[in-house]
Design a protein around this ligand. Structure first.
Ligand code: SAH
Length: 354
């Protein structure tokens, strides 16, 4: 298509917040008007969030996982991973460090680790909640029963990140073993919403076998779910997985999708993810300029960072938390934005109230 036609599509998406499936497919595949698209995305992000970037301190507290997702470096079949779990004390120390750096949201992420029973998860939540009453606790610990989600919520967790990974059944089957299902993943997301969590979902860009049609399904699914946060990042191969031989997703397509998301979900919290920073030295800065407004600095103890390796060439694995903070401050201001040290709730308004 001519670049002028692609610019028109970008403008239409800006004005109408939606396009037909065929138009979306074209925009996803054709970078001819990326400058225009990013311009609109930045305009919309500034209208909704000014120049503020919210921080979420990420604590990777276990790399044990019962699942065997074909793309993931810490899948259970990978015998080359040295497994670890942080103690309650180590987790609390991460929060202390994060709190002193000014972070007011902690994201507890991990594999689906049977050691962390609901009792233990709830102990962890209460401990953090009591020690840091001015902070918001986010969980990212996979698929659980509705009852478990309700228990965590009653104990004090308020946000939950669970990427749907792909909203297309056939594609889902190509990324996961038989015991996992898209149906259950979606059930979890709707249960989380119902329970009262602020919910984040998302998918990988350029995962094996993904088509533009699949991505349109992702966008349509998210229009139904109406998530508070949408996290996307490029798929990056890991040598000890069945997808070792596949190409990674690209910077260009990930940025284009961040911009499309910003225009379709103006209110959304959209992180410039670590994976984006891992495929390009200024990936996250470019993500911010394409519409992202959240960054998740790593708070995990330096000695375990290399063990929580979902993909190769992950950045920040030899840094500590305060180094990450300094580096991110420079990156955020160099991109033309400023850090907000608030808890950074989603700002829904008018028709967006869901
Ligand atoms: N066990 C939790 C946390 C998963 S890790 C859960 O199931 O939600 C967080 C995200 O990392 C995943 O949802 C996936 O989208 C992403 N991820 C996993 N492997 C990846 C890879 N090889 N490249 C890029 N992102 C990956």
């Amino acid at each position: 298509m001519e670049n002028t036609d692609m610019s028109k599509l970008a403008e239409k998406l800006y004005k109408e917040r939606d396009l037909s499936d065929a138009e979306l497919e074209m925009l996803i595949d054709d970078g001819g008007a990326d400058d225009v698209l990013f311009g609109y995305a930045d305009k919309v992000r500034r209208e909704n969030y000014g120049d503020e970037v919210y921080l979420r301190g990420l604590i990777e507290f276990t790399n044990y996982c019962r699942n065997d997702c074909y793309y993931c470096g810490i899948r259970r079949s990978n015998r080359n991973v040295e497994r670890y779990r942080l103690t309650q004390e180590q987790i609390l120390d991460c929060c202390k460090t994060g709190h002193s750096l000014g972070y007011r949201t902690f994201v507890l992420q991990g594999g689906e680790d049977a050691y962390f029973t609901d009792d233990r998860i709830c102990d962890m939540i209460s401990m953090i909640h009591e020690s840091f009453p001015d902070c918001v606790i986010t969980l990212s610990i996979g698929e659980k029963s509705r009852e478990s989600y309700e228990r965590y919520f009653r104990t004090g967790a308020r946000r939950y990140l669970l990427r749907h990974e792909t909203a297309d059944d056939e594609h889902y089957r190509k990324l996961h073993p038989d015991e996992l299902s898209l149906e259950n993943r979606k059930r979890c997301l709707f249960d989380l919403k119902d329970t009262g969590y602020q919910v984040g979902t998302g998918f990988m860009v350029g995962s094996p076998h993904q088509t533009a049609k699949n991505i349109v399904s992702d966008l349509r699914f998210m229009q139904k779910l109406n998530p508070d946060m949408i996290g996307i990042g490029p798929f990056i191969r890991h040598k000890d997985t069945p997808f070792a031989g596949y190409e990674s997703g690209t910077l260009e397509q990930t940025l284009r999708l961040i911009a499309i998301l910003r225009l379709m979900f103006p209110y959304a919290l959209i992180p410039a993810t670590t994976a984006l920073g891992s495929i390009h030295p200024t990936g996250r800065e470019q993500g911010l300029k394409a519409g992202a407004n959240v960054i998740m600095p790593n708070l995990s103890p330096t000695e375990v960072r290399e063990l929580y390796l979902l993909y190769e060439n992950k950045i920040c694995t030899s840094e500590n938390a305060s180094m990450c903070k300094g580096c991110l401050e420079r990156r955020i201001s160099s991109a033309g934005y400023s850090i907000s040290y608030s808890v950074g709730d989603v700002k829904r308004k008018g028709a967006d109230k869901g």
